[in-house]
Design a protein. Structure first.
Length: 663
């Protein structure tokens, strides 16, 4: 039996921090690796030792097998844990770790290879009598072969990368006319993400749930399952909210799906922790999707309902220990729900964001797995997830309620986040009823995309009050020789003042305030009392309703206010256009930091409004850059492979005359 005394974590962010936590509890020495962009990252500081492995781009650092093996050798590591993403499902990496005389905390390379190729994996599952989705997994990858297969399968269908996962290289195709473009973009994304552009086709099963089963296998022939997770709420095929157990699975179906998952794992002689993913339709039929040969992002919900530490069990299995329990010993207690707090803007089609965290205050009373802290940088090179917030309750309703309260108290400022979306999603009747499917986002907000619920009046008034106090404090600090007892005093009683403000780049607003010693009256009708205000937190009573809010000064003199449902930015409301307001323009610009994958037009080309003119890769996803107006391409201002910043011009378009004449 092998023993692990020191563990190198070949990853970054929250999963590296989470693995360090368990490793340290076992008394292991922990070793982090980091790119140039992550020199000051939280996982680097949490580890006992840290080794630089290259520049920021993943291909030169976190995907650099030679650099990671050398880091393990140089630090005297006994074992390597790959986390998830990056090299976690790379069979060559698993081989390289073992060839270096190190323990790989993961499955055998042969099992990784068997499940990494979705086409081959599907054939293996068919042989093992695991239900699969009708589709095409042939060797002929030509467009003609794909089109012929698509006609036989029928539309709508899914185009998927044969290798990899995480929603990359995946497209839903509604009809024949859209197939060629979907094949082109999916191939490009798969080639970039996984180094292989091979694709498969599968019938689209609309209205289904994404249900996955956690399995665990040791080196002594024991393979069992730990129940299922429901991961149906997704955007661009990437999960946002996960829960265990699934509200659509009863005990009989759980046993049946669990047995199928164990059969799938045994078919490839699997060892370690893994996940078998299924689609579950509304008739209770389930179909194999893929197997993730690694730890999943959403593993904490399984840990909370089983009381098990999956990372600790991975380490046990890697050392050759037998699993300490049998299938009948696995008991599911209560309900757990997890949300992924991402640096992204849901209202802008979930576009990822990068920048510096100005303020991070995780909620108390729930589990928080985070890879950030105040002053952390969020690089544009990696996945957009900042943290996971997980609540456990005696039942699903209690878990949902606790998670909503926790999100209401979560503070993350400095980059755009999906916090408001998560709150809105958890509060929908569909989610509350346990009826969410993979179509949840489109079914709830339409295909135009997510729009936040209207800001409650009490939260707006509270934010206005905090902006007033910020400006008041700034003026007071600049005043000379005034005693503190004069603060807020006026010889005429209440002080009359005007507040001009913009909220979230909206139109300028003007509000009339009457400021008395004990309260502020806004626009002559709303009374706001300041109960307490200190250390970036304020308690206000708005027309009798008590609210607790966090606040933080913005670098440009504005104010961030975190309400129970929204994160707001307030700034000067002087006359002029709302900051950030846009109209159709002839310049297509980069919406975020990233690398240009392709420019699809050349000078002189005619383009229609909405046409794709470039493809940008940022935070592991590809994004179409579209023309806002129709016209003729006047100039191409950047090239494929170029690193660009948010706002950089990419393509200049001379608008059609008809569009120029629009007032």
């Amino acid at each position: 039996m092998e023993r692990i005394g020191s563990l190198l974590i070949a990853n970054r962010g929250e999963i590296a921090v989470r693995i360090i936590r368990t490793a340290r509890a076992r008394g292991l020495r922990t070793i982090a690796v980091y790119s140039e962009a992550d020199q000051g990252a939280l996982h680097v500081r949490k580890a006992d030792e840290a080794v630089p492995i290259g520049p920021a781009p993943p291909a030169e650092s976190y995907l650099n097998i030679a650099a990671i093996i050398e880091a393990a050798r140089a630090t005297g590591a006994d074992a390597v844990h790959p986390g998830y993403g990056f090299l976690a499902e790379n069979a060559d990496f698993a081989d390289a770790v073992r060839a270096a005389g190190l323990i790989f905390v993961g499955p055998p390379a042969k099992a990784i290879r068997a499940m990494a190729d979705k086409a081959a994996a599907k054939r293996t599952m068919i042989a093992a009598d695991v239900p699969t989705i009708p589709g095409y997994e042939g060797a002929d990858q030509s467009d003609a072969a794909m089109l012929a297969a698509a006609e036989e399968i029928g539309f709508p269908l899914m185009v998927k990368a044969a290798l990899g996962g995480g929603g990359r290289g995946m497209r839903r195709v509604a009809g024949r006319d859209a197939l060629a473009d979907a094949l082109r973009t999916a191939r490009a994304e798969a080639e970039t993400a996984f180094g292989d552009g091979s694709l498969i086709l599968e019938r689209a099963i609309d209205g289904a749930r994404h249900v996955e089963v956690q399995i665990l296998a040791d080196q002594h022939g024991t393979c069992l399952h730990l129940g299922e997770r429901d991961c149906s709420i997704q955007r661009r095929h990437q999960k946002l909210i996960e829960e265990a157990p699934s509200p659509a699975v009863d005990a009989d179906l759980r046993a049946e799906m669990g047995a199928a998952a164990v059969a799938a794992a045994k078919a490839v002689a699997y060892i370690g922790a893994g996940t078998v993913e299924f689609l579950l339709d509304d008739a209770g039929r389930y179909y194999f999707l893929e197997m993730n040969t690694r730890l999943q992002v959403e593993h904490p919900v399984t840990e909370l309902i089983t009381g098990l530490d999956l990372v600790a069990l991975q380490l046990d299995v890697a050392e050759g220990r037998p699993l300490p329990f049998a299938q009948d010993d696995v008991a599911l207690t209560g309900h757990a729900i997890e949300v992924r707090l991402n640096a992204e803007d849901p209202a802008a089609d979930f576009a990822p964001a990068a920048g510096r965290i100005l303020d991070w205050r995780p909620p108390a009373g729930v589990r928080v797995d985070a890879g950030i802290e105040t002053a952390s940088d969020v690089p544009p090179h990696y996945d957009s997830m900042l943290a996971k917030i997980i609540a456990h309750g005696a039942d699903r309703e209690e878990a949902q309620r606790r998670l909503l309260v926790a999100l209401g108290k979560t503070v993350v400022l400095g980059v755009a986040s999906n916090r408001a979306f998560l709150i809105d999603a958890l509060a929908t009747p569909t989610f509350a009823a346990g009826e969410a499917t993979t179509a949840f986002v489109a079914a709830t907000w339409g295909y135009d995309g997510y729009a936040p619920t209207p800001l409650p009046d009490a939260e707006r008034l509270a934010a206005l009050t905090l902006r007033h106090w910020q400006l008041h404090d700034q003026a007071w600090d600049q005043a000379l020789g005034l005693a503190d007892e004069l603060r807020g005093w006026s010889s005429t009683g209440a002080l009359q003042t005007v507040l001009r403000v913009r909220i979230d780049d909206g139109a300028p607003e003007t509000h009339h305030l009457s400021v008395a010693e004990d309260a502020i009256t806004i626009d002559g009708q709303h009374r706001v009392e300041t109960v307490a205000r200190r250390d970036g937190t304020a308690v206000l009573r708005v027309d009798g309703e008590t609210l607790r809010l966090a606040h933080h000064a913005a670098p440009d003199g504005g104010l961030y206010v975190v309400t129970p449902t929204r994160t707001l930015r307030l700034e000067d409301g002087a006359d002029g256009e709302a900051i950030g307001a846009t109209v159709g323009t002839g310049t297509a610009t980069a919406p975020m930091h990233g690398v240009l994958v392709e420019i699809w037009v050349t000078p002189g080309d005619a383009v229609a409004a909405g046409a794709t003119v470039a493809t940008l890769e940022a935070m592991k996803m590809q994004h179409a850059i579209r023309a806002e107006v129709g016209g003729t391409v006047a100039a191409v201002l950047a090239g494929a492979g170029q690193q660009v910043a948010a706002g950089d011009p990419l393509v200049e378009i001379t608008p059609d005359a008809a569009e120029e004449d629009i007032p």
